[in-house]
Structure formats: structure tokens, C-alpha cells
Design a protein around this ligand. Sequence first.
Ligand code: HPA
Length: 288
Amino acid sequence: MPKTVIELDEYKRAEQAAGHILSCLAAKPHLGTPKIAVVLGSGLGDFANDLKDSVQIPYEEIPHFPHSTAVGHAGRLVVGKLGQLTVAAMQGRVHQYEGYTAKQASFPMRVFGLMGIKAVILTNAAGGINLAFGQGALVLISDHINLQSANPLIGPNDDRFGPRFPDMTEAYNRKYRRIAVDEAARLGFTLHEGVYAALSGPSYETPAEIRYLRTIGADLVGMSTVPEVIVARHMGITVMAISCVTNMAAGVTDKTINHEEVLEIGRQVRGKFIALLNAVMPRIAENL
Ligand code: HPA
């Protein structure tokens, strides 16, 4: 007899994943449940190691959670204390170029939403298109252009998650952006702002593609983040996103691009990056 496979819908899968995470957190009740989360991109995962009294959950132990295969992505959820604040940090994410769909890549945002997360800070490594940015610069994403040929909301809409046609006018919260610019200035550096173009990758862009992206208004280019932003906004989670310019995009300089350098620059700006997160998160949390 053929085996009947009953597929759980996305909502049930997200409920199971959220339930598992919350049951792991029950071992340390003083942590409480986090209201703020951060997704740590290529080479930026170290922030989570500084969280105190943390619970660490490998992605493969979380039901239905996608596992990352990319080098530089540890693949675990760390929940711990940043001062008084409880923070959930994803060390690594999955990408479309690994063969995941946009829905799978953004599934962690569904789980966060059902866990009660109200604000998420997404981080990534990106190529710099805007000539005002230098290698190693941190850039606040002010808006995006989705060129990944997919939208994670395609398919039947589950109204429990959010509306069929979510508004994206201010996907990247203006108030949070002001806080980030403010805190960067206090720390003594300029936080640029820019538009992030998301492509599927995994090949880096050609110089002609970068000229095209500049023409249509992109300042940064990368291979992640946008599916997560769309799903987070669908669920009413407030979003902030920061890129680390690990390299100037193809053709901007005469250098070629390689992943090791992307990771290395990520590691080099780690101090500045962690200082910014440490400063920004408590201020965002004031209003949750
Ligand atoms: N292009 C796309 N994604 C990237 C880049 C780039 O130049 N650098 C880091 N991620």
C-alpha cells in the first residue's frame, strides 16, 4: 500500500518549531522570551558568542528549520542576555543559491513571529555599488529591490500570518534607522544608508549587471535578506537591516571578488559591528 504522507501546512510547521525553541528556553526561565532577534550574516556570527547565560540550539534540532551549508554560517540559534535584554540570534541563514526556496529561506521569520518576536535586525555581507562606500563600511538598508525572481508570499495566503497584499512602503522602519544613525555617530563613525538589490547568486555579478543595478537605484548588492524582510513585514515584525560592505561590487575597482575575502572583511569589522548592535538593540527594545 502506498504510504500516505500528511504534509503539515506552514503555520503548523512554524508552531512546532516555535514550540520547540520555547521549550528549550524553559530550562532557563530567567531569560524569559525574547522580543528582539538578530540574523547574523557571513562572517558576522561572533555577536552571538558574547550573549550571556545563553541557550544554544542547532538548527537541525529545531523541527522544520532549514540548515545552512554555506561556509561561514554556523547554523544555530542562540538566545541569551545582552545586558538586561534577552536576544535571539541566528548564527547563519540559508540562501536561495543553496537550493532553498524563498519560503524556506524566510521560514525562521515565521517561527520568530509565532514566538512573539516584535523586532528583527537582519545583517548581511554585501557588495558596494555606491562609490561613497568603502570596503568595510557599514550601511543601513533604507529600501530594497527584489531581483531574486521569487517572492516568499507566492501561493495561498494564510490570514493568520498576515494580509494577502502587504504594504512595503516603509519596510525598513524609519524610527529604527534614526536610532542606528544616532548610535553610530555616538560611537564615532558614519553609518551610510542605501538601497539593497537582492540577486539569487551564487555567481557574483558581472560589471554590466552592476552598472545596470546602479542605474536602477541600487547602492548595495547581495544574495539574502529580502525574503526575510518580506515575511517579517507580512507578520507585522518591525525590521532593521545592516549590510557590511565586504567588497566593492564587480567592475567598481579592478579587483576580482572571492568569498574568503568577503568572510575576512566581515571578521575585520566585527568590533564596530558588534558595538553598533550593542548600542542599538536596547534602544529598539525600549519601544517594543
Ligand atoms: N555581490 C553579491 N553578494 C555579495 C557580494 C557581492 O559583491 N559581496 C558579498 N555578498
